[in-house]
Design a binder for this molecule. Structure first.
Ligand SMILES: [Zn+2]
Length: 411
């Protein structure tokens, strides 16, 4: 049997909780749709215990019920404490997937809880939380060990086996401070896999510039230890401090690096050709540039100028390129028009609105429907504070009630 690597994207949770960057709920929804279309296994969509996330999460669950989001697991994050599990299901009764988190290292137990929680308390809270999540309707539960990379292996084995016994589905190994290196994590994850036979998620940060290297090395350890692995990614690597493991680089590493492409099999649903669209959209929605040298999607990823390189690339692109621009979906038109254009938005009227939607090939049954969608487009533009993309406009017209839910907040 071939064990595989699945991708769990955490842009909509770890990415958005990052200092000084934000993402409107409409953009989070578009990312979920794009992640699904790209074949990503799961999206960590946010915090079901946080009031302003609730309508957005419930509206996205509705999209999954309608079949707009097809395979992607929509998963919420909360602490591994019974109060959070209870509140999660009070706010989002139909949520099906959860990852629940608690610190496991001595340094965090001492530093965060100041001795008020013993290891036994942590394990009891974990088991109670898993059981409660199951009882309230969770189909899958992941158990996250925060600061796993600074936690002894014996303790992690205890954590995993307790969660497994309680009915959890996966263990998330959090390299919260980005302190692991590829060789250490490979060995640690292999030991954990052999000892527990429980699937492992890699959650790695980039403080030492090794998030992708550490994630794929850990995944290899899991697979060689006889379990499936799940790598946590974010689009363009956006995330806490120096960021998280980048989605696109991770796929490229698994598909094209000499060793990994033979040994570590990526979920076959992943469609690398959807890369360009999702990376460009995330950059636009977050208002953050893609670095010129970003793997696959940076402006220079396929650019050659120096004499020897340009000559070599012109004779045979394989002299200097591991993969082609088309492999990552480059060559698609840009998100926004650059010539003369009529736009619709916050202060738009019905004529311009109809012109824009005619160009998208979308017609409305009657004036009432058109005016309702126009109003939503105005709100959406107010909400995102930047010109709406064609896909956003299509989404609002096709699912007006859900778009309304996504953009609303109840107090
Ligand atoms: Zn994190």
């Amino acid at each position: 049997m071939h064990y595989k690597v699945y991708l769990i994207d955490v842009t909509n949770r770890d990415g958005v909780q990052t200092s000084r960057i934000l993402l409107p709920k409409l953009s989070k929804t578009m990312l979920n749709i794009y992640l699904d279309d790209m074949g990503v296994y799961q999206s960590e969509i946010g915090f079901p215990t946080l009031k302003h996330e609730v309508n957005y999460i419930n509206a996205n669950i509705e999209l999954a019920k309608l079949g707009v989001i097809k395979r992607l697991h929509l998963e919420g994050w909360c602490r591994a404490v019974p109060e959070d599990i209870e509140l999660t299901f009070k706010n989002c009764p139909e949520i099906k997937h959860l990852n629940i988190s608690i610190s496991t290292s001595d340094i965090m137990l001492q530093g965060k809880f100041h001795g008020s929680k013993t290891w036994t308390d942590i394990i009891n809270g974990l088991m109670k939380s898993v059981a409660m999540a199951r009882e309230l309707g969770a189909e899958t539960v992941g158990i996250n060990a925060e600061d796993a990379s600074r936690t002894e292996l014996d303790r992690l084995i205890d954590f995993i086996l307790s969660g497994k016994e309680g009915g959890a589905d996966r263990f998330r190994y959090c390299d919260t401070l980005g302190a692991d290196d590829p060789i250490t994590i490979y060995e640690r994850i292999k030991t954990l896999s052999l000892a527990t036979k429980f699937p492992i998620e890699m959650h790695c940060h980039n403080d030492l510039g090794m998030a992708e290297a550490v994630s794929v090395a850990g995944a290899q350890g899991a697979i060689e230890g006889g379990v499936d692995s799940y790598i946590n990614t974010t689009i363009n690597g956006y995330g806490e401090r120096a960021g998280n493991c980048d989605l696109v680089s991770t796929i490229l590493a698994l598909k094209f690096s000499h060793g990994l492409k033979k040994k570590v099999h990526l979920d076959e649903h992943i469609d690398l050709k959807k890369t360009w669209r999702i990376a460009k959209y995330a950059s636009y929605a977050f208002n953050l540039p893609i670095p010129i040298n970003q793997p696959g999607v940076g402006a220079n990823a396929f650019a050659h100028e120096s004499g020897i390189h340009a000559d070599g690339a012109l004779k045979d692109r394989r002299n200097y390129e591991l993969y082609d621009p088309e492999d990552v979906g480059r060559g698609e038109p840009e998100l926004l028009e650059t010539g003369r254009i009529i736009t619709t938005g916050e202060y738009g009227g019905i004529k311009g609105f109809r012109h824009v939607y005619d160009k998208l090939g979308i017609n409305f049954h009657d004036d009432n429907e058109a005016r309702k969608v126009l109003e939503l487009v105005q709100y959406a533009n107010l909400h995102t504070q930047k010109p709406l993309t064609d896909d956003e406009l299509r989404f609002i017209a096709n699912y007006p009630d859900i778009a309304n839910g996504v953009m609303s907040v109840s107090i």
